[in-house]
Design a binder for this molecule. Structure first.
Ligand code: UT7
Length: 360
């Protein structure tokens, strides 16, 4: 984020004094950022492992052993339960929790890879549904990393003094992109639908907000998770197969290997930037992709079970909703409180990966 993007900084009365470097430091508004509310929405429909075993050659024990998942929620598309509906419900809950209304929002960001349509952005539709009459709204596409990318972007938009209150939603309806036959069984067992939201706001307490962050992508890994819709969408060497159109294609083993290594590197990199140890962190809020990936990170850093939250057994992998669902669970349970250090982590399609370490 450059200062050129921050009108308040350009108008700052301190900007005329000192060297350019000093001017930059002096003109930075001394304010922090806090998460003042969270909310979530899970559709009432569910798909259990038992339900899946009636559709494809799989069973409860295999799924639990390989992924830790027992249940997922499924939006009812036929009755209009789409991504924007889930997102708007989660955002309303977060605004209520924060004690604000849509009129207080300056920006709305929706992290999703299952948008309502190509144009307009899902965020524009959600803004309309919740009655956000002014301000900016846009989608952020970074698959499972979307919400953590969004935390970093929203935080810095506030920190630089341009905006005061931002709504950030992670919402996805991946079940509509699943192939619930034997051909898709390696992928369909993982994903569920949901939405989670957070309200970020400027605070005079400059100690609050992001301590360190990282955002990465590696486009060479795009073919590990993609959704083909035309014959041109298949990687070279993979024959076009029209039965795969509209279904997530995932190289599970390759993503698994990437995720285990990346999680550890990302945690270490974020801690190093902050000059902290893993033991200094009060809570790890991680993308829920597979309980074995989470377990590997926990063992690598010697974390006690209660410091790395897991809800994957209940909701599966909800992509952009995964991290904010965990965040809301933990806040509602009183396990994330002001004063704590909380590390958000995610990885996913793109390939993308990101972290956001907060002083709450
Ligand atoms: O959000 C980020 C995106 N995705 C991920 O993080 C996914 C990361 N990857 C994974 O979580 C795991 O790779 C999976 C859970 C997807 C798969 O687990 P795995 O231990 O890597 O299994 P596998 O793909 O190596 O398959 C092992 C065996 C195979 O049979 P053979 O060849 O050994 O006879 C599969 O055909 O398990 C079979 N299999 C199944 N069996 C029962 C694959 N899917 C299923 C299934 N039920 N649903």
């Amino acid at each position: 984020m450059t200062h050129a993007l921050c009108p308040r900084l350009l108008l700052s009365p301190t900007a005329s004094a000192g060297t350019p470097a000093q001017q930059g430091r002096q003109s930075r508004p001394q304010q922090g950022v806090e998460i003042i509310g969270t909310g979530q929405f899970l559709p009432s429909g569910t798909i259990s492992n038992h339900d899946l075993s009636k559709l494809m050659d799989t069973n409860h024990d295999w799924i639990v052993q390989r992924t830790g998942i027992a249940n997922r929620h499924r939006a009812d598309l036929a009755s209009g339960e789409t991504t924007k509906v889930l997102a708007a419900n989660a955002l309303r809950a977060a605004m209520q929790n924060a004690g604000i209304t849509a009129k207080d929002l300056d920006v709305l960001i929706c992290a999703t890879m299952t948008p309502e349509m190509t144009c307009p952005a899902t965020a524009n539709l959600v803004a309309n549904d919740v009655g956000m009459a002014h301000g900016a709204s846009f989608d952020l596409v970074a698959a499972c990393s979307g919400f953590v990318y969004g935390l970093n972007v929203a935080h810095d938009l506030i920190k630089c003094g341009t905006y005061r209150t931002i709504g950030l939603v992670g919402a996805d309806t991946l079940t509509r992109l699943m192939d619930y036959t034997n051909a898709g069984r390696g992928t369909a067992i993982l994903f569920g639908d949901g939405a989670g939201a957070a309200i970020l706001r400027a605070t005079p307490d400059a100690t609050k907000g992001i301590i360190s962050q990282a955002m990465h992508s590696d486009g060479t890994g795009w073919k590990d998770i993609y959704v083909p819709n035309t014959p041109h969408d298949f990687p070279s060497g993979i024959a076009c197969d029209a039965t795969k159109f509209g279904h997530v294609q995932m190289n599970g083993a390759s993503v698994f290997k990437f995720a285990v290594g990346t999680f550890s590197e990302l945690i270490q990199q974020t801690l190093d930037k902050a000059g902290l140890q893993a033991s200094d962190i009060d809570m790890f809020v991680c993308h829920q992709s597979n309980s074995r990936i989470l377990q590997a990170a926990r063992e690598r850093f010697g974390l006690p079970e209660e410091k790395l939250y897991v809800n994957i057994h209940r909701v599966g992998n909800t992509v952009g909703a995964s991290v904010p669902l965990c965040l809301d669970d933990l806040r509602q349970a009183g396990r994330i409180k002001p004063g704590m250090k909380v590390l958000f982590l995610a990885f996913g399609g793109g390939l993308t990966w990101a972290s956001s370490l907060w002083q709450m």
